[in-house]
Design a binder for this molecule. Structure first.
Ligand code: MG
Length: 330
């Protein structure tokens, strides 16, 4: 059976899954257009307004980009559950933060000294300054409800790693008592709201992503099955070395894998068997049956290595050496 046949709706990450930079990831657009299931596109990126994300998806050829959910929107929705309509909320971050607050009937303000606010919605924006963080700190100390869109510590850019929203949240934490409610991946609120948008049960919803620490960890934390697609940040080696809270339910090379018959892994007499392939670890070495670079063999290897690590049968450096050999043909 294919993954598409096993679920009622899809929550799809964007960067590394649908596009990289501005260009589409190979096979992604076709696979999503032909999926035959409702898809919500969910992103931790708080600074870009959802309408802009939807436009980008349409330009790439996505036929139905009507469901986009950003962490700003998830944060604004959570804020609206706590505050009365029309409440003033300090919007920290890019344009997406303020727009998301307006969409739910709250009033975004940019923070002037002494201006009273009932909430602080903190998202990333390249223009966020020490003055903005100071105003947020004063508001929180004055009792404002604090929500952060996401807590990604770093932001990959084409010049290297920049501090992400989580680093700015940490800066605020140093100044105030308490912690924000965090809605973005790997925390459940964004995924729960996606299921709400799709009208599906969490158990009937499949989360697709390329990062274990956000997309997949978010699935695990929400109780949603997840697919790691190997077109972005994390590869098969990382999946094999991941702690249980970061392990995907399924692994596919690219999104064509959604429509294909999915071969899962079963144990048989010490072997991890997947499709026509099988693997086991003997004396710290792989023993394999079938094509080693097939995705089935890689799935068998991920399961075998995860089990060996859980049982303490391999040490870290041995596990890393075995994991490095798990590379599917593209
Ligand atoms: Mg991604």
């Amino acid at each position: 059976m294919s993954l598409l046949a096993a679920y009622q709706g899809i929550v799809c990450d964007l960067d590394g899954v649908v596009y990289r930079g501005h260009a589409a990831v190979p096979h992604a657009v076709e696979a999503l257009n032909e999926a035959g299931l409702p898809v919500v596109y969910a992103t931790n990126n708080a600074s870009r307004p959802a309408t802009e994300v939807a436009e980008h998806l349409s330009e790439l050829g996505i036929a139905d980009a009507s469901r986009v959910l950003t962490s700003s929107q998830a944060g604004a929705a959570a804020m609206a559950e706590t505050l009365a309509p029309g409440s003033r909320v300090l919007a920290v971050g890019g344009a997406g933060v303020g727009l998301a607050l307006e969409e739910v009937g709250l009033v975004p303000v940019s923070g002037r000294p002494g201006e009273p606010v009932s909430g602080v919605l903190q998202g990333y924006g390249p223009q966020v300054s020490a003055t903005d963080l100071a105003e947020a700190a004063y508001a929180i100390q004055g009792g404002a409800h604090w929500i952060a869109t996401n807590d990604d510590l770093t932001l990959p850019t084409d010049r290297g790693m920049a501090p992400g929203n989580g680093s700015f949240v940490a800066a605020l934490r140093n100044a105030v008592e308490g912690d924000p409610q965090i809605v973005g991946k790997p925390h459940p609120p964004l995924y729960l709201r996606c299921a709400q948008l799709l009208g599906t049960e969490v158990s009937d919803t499949l989360a697709i992503g390329d990062r274990l620490s956000t997309d997949i960890a978010g699935g695990v934390a929400t109780g949603m099955d997840s697919v790691l697609v190997l077109t972005g940040v994390d590869g098969a080696s990382e999946a094999a070395l991941a702690d249980p809270a970061l392990r995907p339910t399924f692994v596919v090379v690219d999104l064509r894998g959604l429509a294909e018959d999915y071969a899962g892994v079963a144990e048989d007499d010490g072997w991890h068997v997947c499709g026509e392939t099988a693997r086991r670890i003997v004396g710290g070495q792989w023993q394999t049956r079938g094509a080693e670079d097939s995705i089935e063999s890689v799935r068998a290897g991920i399961a075998a290595l995860q089990e060996a690590r859980d049982a303490g049968a391999v040490d870290q450096s041995g596990a890393e050496q075995l994991a490095a050999l798990l590379r599917p043909a593209q």
